[in-house]
Write a protein that binds this ligand. Structure first.
Ligand SMILES: *Cc1c(COP(=O)(O)O)cnc(C)c1O
Length: 379
């Protein structure tokens, strides 16, 4: 799955648009649901990655609920999915906390100071409270995505763990992975047990966070299940995983159009922008797949794709094609459901791509369209 093949709707939708395919989303949801079914673990959608709530009723058929990074995502999960609703934030605001206690089942704190400040209010409201821990076991080299990196603000380290203050806490949460396999989870779990294992028997649940590339081909689902069962059997815990990427991996496309071609530089300017519509291309960084393309120089005609903004570095990547491109041609980027709609912006007054829902049979509908007012209203 995830191979980039032609779909009828690519030739029909307005450009630019994010096209999110129900059949591809459902493929992922089935895999995640099977993990729930066979282990009893609860899988939650991490909304910060994918918040296209048009599909929340579908997702609700397969997953246990949602997790949020703060009040607005928590509200969205509550309003549009209405299942289990969890929240973690590095710090909560007093003005927002009361509402969180009304709409969240789990609230996870990032420090003992936050737990002491807000815990009583959360407990009084019947919320299950947890603490994010930092096992300080890096399994990746990408510091910006590594909560175990030196100086990280994410999670309580063992040296700061105040065992005298854990009364009332029902769970521990860690999130240290990013696009990783179950092997990295197993290594992390070993560090969690070595450092915090003595507190686990007093807990009701453990949350493995996100970053599990569960729906990617080759992911070791058997090892994930083994990790889940170990926590269930050894400590009697309910296990939560909260993937974002794995839910909508390879389920979406960004369809754009060629506006101009600078033949001398072999640059094609599109009506989409890396900086505005797929910021992770620059931030992460990565080169998204393009339908029908090869590596630079692999096919006869090579072009660098760039956006129409002022940013010199607003380039998406370099790709080759069998035929020369022409103005008006459509370009289809793959894997565009995740960390795209939730991160886009209108820098340079760029229009936002429409959001389209499509299905296997080529049918599609416009979920949302944006215009000038969406740019103006934020300024
Ligand atoms: C980012 C994040 C997730 C989801 O991560 P993915 O890499 O999208 O699976 C889950 N939980 C927390 C706390 C996060 O910060």
């Amino acid at each position: 799955m995830g191979s980039l093949t032609y779909r009828k709707e690519f030739f029909e939708v307005p450009t630019p648009s994010y096209v999110i395919a129900k059949d591809l989303l459902e493929h992922n949801l089935r895999i995640l649901h099977e993990v729930e079914e066979s282990t009893g673990a609860h899988v939650l959608l991490a909304q910060k990655c994918f918040s296209m709530y048009h599909y929340y009723p579908l997702i609700a058929q397969y997953l246990s609920g949602t997790t949020a990074s703060g009040l607005y995502e928590a509200r969205l999960g509550h309003e549009e999915m209405g299942k289990e609703n969890h929240v973690f934030s590095p710090a909560y605001k007093e003005s927002e906390f009361a509402e969180l206690t009304k709409i969240c089942d789990h609230i996870i704190f990032n420090s003992f100071a936050q737990w002491k400040k807000f815990g009583p209010e959360a407990l009084a409201a019947g919320v299950s409270c947890g603490l994010r821990i930092n096992p300080e076991r890096s399994t990746q080299d990408h510091a910006i995505y590594d909560p175990c990196a030196e100086g990280s603000r994410l999670g309580v380290r063992l040296r700061d763990f105040d065992a005298s203050a854990i009364g009332g806490l029902e769970g521990l949460h860690f999130h240290t992975l990013c696009e990783q396999g179950a092997d990295a989870l197993a290594v992390t779990l070993e560090a969690v047990e070595a450092k915090f294992g003595k507190y686990l028997p007093q807990m009701k649940w453990i949350n493995f966070g996100g970053g599990h590339h569960i729906t990617k081909a080759g992911y070791d689902i058997a090892l994930l299940k083994k990790c889940i069962r170990r926590m269930q059997e050894k400590y009697g815990l309910t296990v939560y995983v909260e993937p974002g990427e794995a839910v909508a991996l390879n389920a979406g496309f960004l369809v754009a159009e060629v506006l101009d071609i600078q033949q001398e530089n072999a640059i094609a300017i599109l009506d989409t922008s890396a900086a505005c519509h797929m910021p992770d291309v620059i931030e992460m960084p990565y080169r998204p797949p393009v339908l029908g393309s090869g590596e630079p120089g692999e096919k006869a005609h090579t072009y660098t794709f760039a956006g129409p903004t002022c940013l010199a570095g607003d380039t998406i990547g370099t790709y080759s094609f069998d035929e020369p491109l022409a103005v008006g041609d459509r370009i289809v980027f793959g894997d565009m459901a995740i960390y795209t709609m939730v991160k886009n912006n209108t820098f340079n007054g760029m229009p936002l791509p429409a959001i389209i829902a499509s299905d296997e049979d080529g049918s599609w509908q416009t979920v949302r369209q944006f215009g000038y007012e969406d740019f103006k209203m934020r300024l």
